[in-house]
Design a binder for this molecule. Sequence first.
Ligand code: ADP
Ligand code: MG
Length: 377
Amino acid sequence: KVVEGEKLRKKLHNTILELKGNIRVFCRVRPLLSEDGVGAEANVVSFPSSMEAQGRGIDLAQNGQKHSFTFDKVFTPEASQEDVFVEISQLVQSALDGYKVCIFAYGQTGSGKTHTMMGNPESAENKGLIPRTLEQVFETRQSLQAQGWKYEMQVSMLEIYNETIRDLLSGFDASRLENGGKQYTIKHDANGHTHVSDLTVVDVQSSSKVSSLLRRAAQSRSVGKTQMNENSSRSHFVFTLRISGVNESTEQQVQGILNLIDLAGSERLSKSGSTGDRLKETQAINKSLSSLSDVIFALAKKEEHVPFRNSKLTYLLQPCLGGDSKTLMFVNVAPDPSSTGESLCSLRFAARVNACEIGIPRRQTSMRSSDSRLSIG
Ligand code: ADP
Ligand code: MG
């Protein structure tokens, strides 16, 4: 009887996992900042306290209308970096078990993507997911050694700016701007391994080594100035940790990959006051963000053709999206009233991502790559 019950429980668990799929969506609302200015304290974001919605619901008020959303998890402004990490540490663990994992941060500029992903790596309290992930990986590696596991780890960091890859670990020099003649061509081999030609890949043994790499990458990140935020990031940042493990007694092998991606700001064109180069940037960002959503929706619908090749980002991540890989998307939201329009767009997009994996039939609003913005209201 106990065995039967256990079997049933496992079966049920697997069914739920299947239904749930491998895409999860977490929402994180940042606190109000002094920069948000006067009138910012008007509460446009609230969190329902009902049993069902607690910790998973978010309400956004716009022009007296309330828009409600539910995600796998909603982090209020009080949530600490540690609180957020606790919820993803299982995913980090699964990379050590040989899974391919992608964690994205999506949202308008200034909504807290970089804070969530990187934070301040030097601060015990404020360090974000990337430094915490590395610490956990190195700690776990240590403890798995006793069971005969030997792990090798490699880190690479790149950004994709205007559909061009830049290596963030190749040194900080002017030639980088023209790529120094480097190609950074993406190739996938038959084993699902991705190679980016000329990209610096560093073997890492300890988290202190990685800290200096993170510093180097932060210096190299390109920043654009828009009216929204002096340091607004106009590029996608991709941190990749490759993990290969072999058990010396059982000869079991695992190959896991963890990608942590700080996406470029999702804001619409007009708000950034874009012209010239900024306009080109915005168009490239829109194209790759909509390519990402096209891929996610095609995977969810189990379509035969998944348009991975439509952008550098999706092509780079192809082996880590779909199949038995695991994807988590953070939708970052700013709480001030002047961001409400953008927040609504982000939440609607995230809700569609969230809905497609639990098999709820969606409205047939197709999203084409040519759309100049991602969210359809
Ligand atoms: P993005 O990368 O989306 O443009 P940032 O991560 O740079 O946004 O966040 C914008 C500002 O808000 C930064 O000054 C950042 O330190 C602050 N911030 C974002 N999220 C939080 C948070 N959860 N707690 C405290 N400050 C935050
Ligand atoms: Mg940022």
